[in-house]
Design a protein around this ligand. Structure first.
Ligand code: B16
Ligand code: MG
Length: 218
């Protein structure tokens, strides 16, 4: 294992709940209900694709112009940004700091493969930026998760083969993307939702360098 590519929301920190509340607020304004079950389908999915899925759920794909959709996505993002304003290192999920330290000690490269355009800001707030050798810019990608492009770009930027990487994800779309990139994947969360992962752990506290090495070498 030469590199680990991390998802952000739901793996490094729990911003998934803020995305949920921000989309829910927008949904209420336009008369589309967003519950926790539907929210699972939005995890790891880009802002634009998330809005399209929400509008499709309410049979309102054709109800808005492109400009109106852009305004709605921007409005959601503004609300989301106020929610993440106060984030600090205390919001790093259990086990993640120790894992990043362990990877650095062993000279294993670290990359960020998050669909979030707010990723770099959040890493700054968590004071984790310096751990990352590469941060993929999701705005430059042609296709979002479950397409493998974000993970393949991460491996390329780090100068390693996909087969020498492990991807860590909390979303079904993300696990699919890692598998399609021909990488070993570790899913964090529910084994039913993340069934396609090479290995699923229930929470981030279970993520150690030893576990990642073990799953990679299986
Ligand atoms: P933004 P990840 C994803 O991050 C989130 O899971 C998803 O809910 C969100 O819509 C997406 O980022 C885009 O985020 O609106 O901040 O650009 O899980 O890939 O780290
Ligand atoms: Mg995620």
């Amino acid at each position: 294992m030469k590199a680990v590519l991390f998802d952000l929301d739901g793996v490094i920190t729990d911003t998934a709940v803020y995305h949920y509340h921000a989309w829910k607020a927008l949904g209420e304004k336009i008369g589309i209900e967003i519950d926790e079950e539907f929210n699972e389908e939005l995890k790891g999915v880009s802002r634009t694709d998330s809005l399209n899925r929400i509008l499709a759920k309410g049979n309102k794909e054709e109800a808005y112009s492109q400009t109106e959709k852009e305004t709605m996505a921007a409005e959601k993002n503004e609300l989301y940004k106020t929610m993440i304003e106060e984030m600090s290192p205390k919001d790093i999920l259990p086990g993640i700091k120790a894992l990043l330290d362990g990877l650095k000690e062993r000279n294993i490269l670290i990359g960020l493969a998050s669909a979030s355009q707010n990723g770099p800001t959040i890493l700054e707030k968590l004071q984790l930026t310096d751990y990352f050798d590469e941060i993929v810019d999701p705005a430059k990608l042609k296709a979002g998760k479950p397409d493998p492009e974000i993970f393949l770009t991460g491996a390329k930027d780090l100068g390693v083969k996909p087969q020498d990487c492990v991807g860590v994800e909390d979303a079904a779309a993300g696990v699919e993307a890692i598998a399609a990139a021909d990488m070993v994947s570790v899913g964090v969360g529910d084994a039913d939702t993340l069934g396609k992962a090479t290995k699923v752990v229930p929470e981030t506290g279970a993520l150690t360098v030893e576990l990642l090495e073990e799953v990679w070498s299986e």
